[in-house]
Design a binder for this molecule. Structure first.
Ligand code: DQA
Length: 145
């Protein structure tokens, strides 16, 4: 079975009570459980990770090169700051989907200045936890084609 890294960046461990008007009320553990269900429905395994550290995220992407077939990433605030994450994704040569819970285009301008979009196959944002579901469906399609 193909496997996918679902990688979550800084402060996403606070989901559930952090700015619910943007991110909804589900905790990251609840989202992880849903992702496990959604991925098994489309024949994918997932490794689900969260880190507040940029270097841990880069290490996870480098490790993914040898064990996973794709990357789904919510890099949170690192989306707008991290050239290093961008380079790691590019170097991995794995198909990547950038996701966000909130609609980053409807918020502060800098949130949509993403270093990751150009090295991603596509971007999904604004659907809260359903952004993860849509990304899993899209990744399953990508890996089948
Ligand atoms: C986020 C959007 C980012 O701008 C923000 O820094 C986050 C979460 C989202 O999922 O909507 O932490 O990536």
């Amino acid at each position: 079975m193909r496997s996918v890294l679902v990688l979550n960046g800084p402060n996403l461990n606070l989901l559930g009570h952090r700015s619910p008007e943007f991110y909804g009320r589900q905790t990251l553990a609840q989202i992880e459980n849903s992702c496990r269900t959604w991925s098994s429905e489309v024949g994918l395994e997932i490794e689900f990770l969260q880190s507040n550290s940029e270097s841990t995220m880069i290490d996870a992407i480098q490790r993914a090169m040898s064990i996973h077939s794709g990357i789904i990433i919510n890099a949170a605030a690192y989306t707008s700051t991290s050239i290093a994450l961008r380079d790691a994704i590019e170097a991995s040569k794995l198909p990547c989907i950038e996701i966000h819970l909130s609609n980053i285009y409807a918020r502060e301008k800098w949130r949509s200045d993403s270093y990751l979009s150009a090295v991603s196959v596509g971007v999904i944002c604004g659907f809260r936890e359903t952004s993860y579901r849509l990304a899993i469906l899209a990744m399953a399609d990508l890996l089948e084609s």
